[in-house]
Write a new protein. Structure first.
Length: 133
């Protein structure tokens, strides 16, 4: 699931991120890249809180619906629009079976060791980064 986000930047401030379909979910970052990355974490955490309260996370609208919504006209002014994936942190891991080229597996293991990570942690962080792009 992917949500549209507005990114605003006022002179002398950080980049601010808000989600028109998820009221109250905001984030920020000193760079555009940091703001986008932090937005993924903010959306995940906000979804977890909403669901912990027994409520349902609002469904994301399409870009066309967001752009056509007259109630969002002021929020859209000067905003960059981006798409942010909802990456849920379920708090539980599961074992999977994947097939990789042996050379790629060796490179993954070397990179994981260099970062002080397990193979699983390395693959999970790489997948999260790829999904967030």
């Amino acid at each position: 699931m992917r949500y549209i986000a507005f990114i605003h930047k006022e002179p002398g401030s950080s980049y601010g991120v808000s989600f028109p379909d998820v009221p109250g979910c905001i984030s920020a970052g000193d760079t555009l890249e940091e703001a986008a990355s932090n937005a993924v974490e903010a959306l995940s955490g906000h979804a977890r809180m909403i669901e912990a309260d027994g409520e349902t996370l609002p469904a994301p609208r399409s870009l066309d619906e967001i752009v056509a919504d007259p109630a969002l006209q002021v929020d859209r002014e000067g905003a960059m629009l981006t798409v942010v994936p909802l990456v849920r942190d379920r708090g539980a891991t599961t074992r999977i079976n994947v097939s990789l080229d042996l050379g790629l597996l060796e490179a993954i293991d070397a990179a994981a060791r260099a970062r002080g990570q397990t193979r699983s942690a390395f693959l999970a962080s790489a997948a999260k980064r790829e999904i967030a792009e």
